[in-house]
Design a protein around this ligand. Structure first.
Ligand SMILES: *Cc1c(COP(=O)(O)O)cnc(C)c1O
Length: 429
């Protein structure tokens, strides 16, 4: 098949994320990738700024991860998890229990981030059902969040960017507090959680869970909020007997500068969702952790079991790669790498601050964001980045990067310079 044939078929028959059939955006065929470089079929190499949406933390085609995958494939690629177990799953569960905060000691393996969020929400509902308080089955969240694309995940994602009005009548309607305004770097304003305080005080009788992304709101706005906000949410959840679900699918495994973003506020959630970087970006796998208390309550009620069990639950290939990825991360000086990444991003993106079309530039850990005043024109900006040899995929008003942790300073400088140039050129269009 020639490249032209491949692209023609793709254009005619394949959906891409958030894509239009009648007005498709440019699509680039990829031949291979290694380290921080994506090789296009036309021979062009791109320095990757996206880590394939937070997931490829060690870079592409890492020899250790590839070896773990091949070894596992030769032994046991898959077996059902109902009534059977295997070493890769047990080792991974051990890792996750050990790395996360103390009360979290039960692990449910799910097949994607969205499914993990659904599982977490079902856990909260079943917990209060078993506790004899079945009227507590709604959720409270904060605006500008993102929790995935399936229905319940959408129902707690930002109602505006999540286009709730299209799905009105089908989508469950949950409660939204104002988004946090006090940024990670601002002086703490104790009035910031006011809207949240009011919501939970008014509705706690019908609430089983609060769900939010700790510290970093990802696809709903790429915002970094104050750790005191999260601490206050934890206090209020305890006070009103509502479970706190932390969605660390994007932030988990070091991205924000801590292994898990909840550590910025030194709190532990009742339920934790992990995904994306869990397998170092090799394949899809997610995990939901909860406390023994929650697990025992769910198991004590009717029907006495937790009601979920996906076909590919705890897929051995995915678990084996996840184990190798976690080991790689822990053996590396990841804190230093993230700290260098943070400094490189701050330095490299600083020139954007003065541009008239830029509303804000912010960096936290391995995440760099240039927030524009107007939504970018993807049909123009995407080829402009490729032309400069970098892979950056903006959405809406956000031009942002979260490169693999292994990116060298020179490559990072090329990446950030390309962003500054492209954003500056946008200004003159
Ligand atoms: C990506 C993401 C999800 C959804 O994960 P998928 O694997 O795409 O289903 C949920 N929550 C957050 C915070 C995410 O970033």
């Amino acid at each position: 098949m020639t490249q032209d044939d491949l692209l023609a078929f793709d254009r005619q028959h394949i959906w891409h994320p958030y894509s239009s059939i009648s007005k498709p955006l440019p699509i680039y065929p990829v031949e291979s990738a290694s380290g921080v470089r994506i090789r296009l079929s036309n021979g062009r190499e791109l320095i990757d700024g996206m880590a394939s949406w937070w997931s490829v933390i060690h870079g592409y085609n890492h020899p250790v991860l590839t070896a773990a995958l091949q070894e596992q494939a030769a032994k046991l690629p898959h077996v059902m998890f109902g009534g059977l177990t295997h070493e890769p799953a047990v080792t991974l569960a051990r890792h996750l229990v050990e790395l996360t905060s103390d009360p979290l000691e039960l692990v449910f393996f799910a097949d994607s981030g969205s499914v993990a969020v659904e599982v977490a929400m079902k856990m909260a509902i079943q917990y209060f059902h078993a506790a004899g308080r079945p009227s507590k089955k709604r959720f409270l969240t904060i605006r500008s969040g993102y929790h995935g694309d399936v229905f319940h995940c959408m129902s707690v994602s930002d109602p505006v960017s999540g286009m709730h009005q299209i799905f009105k009548g089908v989508l469950p309607e949950y409660l939204f507090a104002d988004r946090p305004e006090c940024s990670f770097y601002d002086e703490w304003d104790r009035n910031d959680p006011g809207s949240f305080e009011k919501c939970i005080a008014e509705h706690h009788d019908s609430l089983c869970g609060v769900i939010l992304e700790p510290i970093v709101q990802g696809a709903g706005g790429m915002r970094f909020y104050h750790p005191e906000y999260l601490r206050r949410v934890r206090e209020l959840c305890d006070h009103y007997d509502v479970l706190l679900i932390a969605d660390e699918i994007a932030t988990g495994f070091g991205r924000s500068g801590k292994l898990f973003a909840c550590e910025h506020a030194m709190i532990a959630p009742d339920i934790l969702c992990l995904g994306k970087a869990l397998t170092g970006g090799y394949m899809t796998l997610a995990a939901v952790l909860t406390s023994r208390n929650v697990g025992e309550m769910i198991s004590s009620g009717d029907p006495g079991v937790f009601m979920h069990g996906p076909t590919f639950m705890a897929n051995p290939l995915a678990c084996a790669v996840a184990n190798a990825s976690i080991q790689l991360l822990l053996e590396s000086d990841w804190q230093q790498k993230i700290s260098n990444l943070e400094k490189g991003l701050q330095l490299g993106l600083a020139p954007c601050t003065d541009l008239k079309n830029v509303a804000d530039v912010r960096v936290l850990g391995g995440i760099g964001v240039v927030e524009m005043r107007e939504p970018v024109d993807m049909g123009h900006i995407q080829p402009a980045f490729v032309e400069k040899g970098v892979w950056v995929r903006p959405f809406g008003r956000l031009v942002y990067v979260m490169p693999p942790y292994c990116i060298e300073q020179e490559d990072l400088a090329v990446l950030t310079a390309a962003i500054c140039e492209v954003v500056e050129e946008e200004q003159r269009r």
